[in-house]
Design a protein around this ligand. Structure first.
Ligand code: SF4
Length: 456
């Protein structure tokens, strides 16, 4: 893949990651519990496949870079109380699900799902599998923190039915680890990774993070070398989003220790080159996979999809999400549970669901989402077929987007023809910028809207 430093500088600006459209800051409290119950009931007859997400918010310690909805505590009684409520939420949703709807994907995220004791991992998974019909080849994944993990955790995940794990590594450099309060020596990562391989997991992903304090090209080269030596099936290298005005604990990271812009650009170049040379295919939006991985095949077959868990091979699923702050979706609606633990627990305790806000998509939202997903997943958009499918004159409807894309074409990021928009090789690391041209909300609220992390 080509890599142009000047273009990275030009296009670095705040922007969403488009795990949904409209993006979460535009969810409103006017769409809450009653509307979600009605949507749940109205959509059963459609019989779409299901994806289940479970949010476990607890962590033993706070990583200073954290951007997740989490609670740092060593008091396990909080997790026990949470599980009781979670079970009730799962029961309540499961009661409305029509028989025959098949679960194609399950993901546990956090926080730290492996904060749960092995026995509770087994019990929670059984609770889900007793109430939903899980498809034979379902993709069942869990995020894993190697710290405080035992071999029993890994075995419990395997026995429960998980087949893919995602190991949080971030950076193996000791200075960086101390600066972000996440100390996990390489020996520990290797040991845990060995347990996963011994247990026979189909796929192990490693998450890295770039843009952390004290990272340099030299230190991150060493981290990449050591990670690549372990040969994970997939890798995600996320850019650290320094947003201390939203995540106040990020103030614990010294601004002066963060890599400057030139270093971030050099780190990005390093990642693309090293992972490419090691044989990984760039899926897009920070994700890499081996050439025989399902994500790569799905990209080729145009069945790749994007949702709150990132890229997925399961298109057209309704997502039922459980736990504090978890986001569910149907084709027409996104809803998010209460973000505060106490509100979540009180709502479920009072016999309702815990929906706090959401959005019902307009026709315009749906067609813009379709355009964004097509470009982010297929790297192209057939404008003639799209116009026919959505009953619009594509060029007229997206006049503003096309003007912006024409500018990007001059920079070699896209190719425009009478019937197609195609993302070029050089444009693949600018997918967020390309998608942003279709985002009506950004255009409306450029000045007063939410403050996103930078695209680089
Ligand atoms: S383990 Fe993950 S969720 Fe927990 S504090 Fe660290 S980054 Fe945040």
């Amino acid at each position: 893949m080509e890599f142009n430093t000047e273009l990275l500088k030009k296009y670095s600006k705040p922007g969403p990651r488009y795990t949904s459209y409209p993006t979460a800051p535009y969810f409103s409290t006017t769409l809450a519990d009653k509307a979600w119950r009605e949507e749940l009931s109205a959509t059963q007859a459609m019989g779409r496949d299901l994806s289940l997400y479970v949010h476990i918010p607890f962590c033993d310690t706070l990583c200073y870079y954290c951007g997740c909805n989490m609670i740092a505590t060593r008091d396990y009684s909080k997790a026990r109380a949470y599980l009781d409520v979670l079970y009730r939420e799962i029961d309540r949703v499961a009661e409305s699900v029509a028989p025959g709807r098949v679960v194609r994907q399950i993901h546990w995220g956090g926080g730290t799902p492996t904060y749960l004791h092995p026995g509770d991992i087994r019990a929670l998974y059984s609770h889900l599998s007793d109430r939903f019909s899980i498809g034979e080849n379902a993709e069942i994944g869990c995020e894993v923190d190697p710290r405080e993990l035992s071999r029993d955790h890994v075995l419990a995940l395997k026995e429960a039915g998980f087949n893919r794990l995602s190991l949080g590594v971030q950076d193996l450099d000791a200075v960086v680890q101390i600066a972000v309060n996440r100390v996990q020596p390489e020996a520990l990562v290797r040991e845990v990774y060995g347990w996963m391989r011994d247990a026979g997991f189909d796929s192990v992903n490693m998450d890295l993070m770039v843009g952390l304090p004290h990272q340099t090209v030299q230190t991150f080269t060493a981290t990449l070398d050591r990670v690549l030596d372990m040969q994970p099936d997939r890798m995600a290298v996320f850019g650290y989003a320094h947003v201390p005005w939203i995540k106040r604990h990020q103030k614990l990271i010294q601004d002066a220790a963060l890599p400057d812009f030139d270093t971030r650009v050099a780190l990005q170049k390093l990642i693309m080159e090293r992972l490419g040379a090691a044989g990984y295919v760039y899926i897009g939006m920070d994700h890499f996979a081996r050439p025989d991985d399902e994500l790569v095949k799905a990209r080729e077959n145009k069945t790749l999809w994007r949702n709150f868990q990132g890229y997925t091979t399961h298109k057209n699923c309704d997502i039922y999400a459980f736990g504090v702050s978890a986001i569910s979706q149907t084709d027409d609606v996104y809803v998010q549970n209460a973000k505060k633990l106490v509100d979540y627990q009180n709502s479920i305790g009072s016999g309702t669901l815990a929906t706090e806000r959401g959005v019902r998509l307009s026709g315009d939202d749906k067609l813009r989402r379709a355009a964004i997903v097509s470009l982010m997943c297929d790297l192209e958009l057939d404008t003639i077929a799209f116009g026919r499918e959505w009953n619009i004159d594509f060029d007229r409807y997206f006049e503003n987007a096309i003007k912006e894309l024409q500018e990007m074409e001059k920079d070699g990021l896209v190719q425009l023809s009478a019937e197609r928009i195609r993302v070029t090789d050089a444009g693949r690391i600018f997918l967020r910028n390309i998608a942003m041209t279709f985002d009506a909300y950004l255009q409306e609220t450029e000045e007063s809207g939410p403050r996103y992390s930078r695209t680089l």
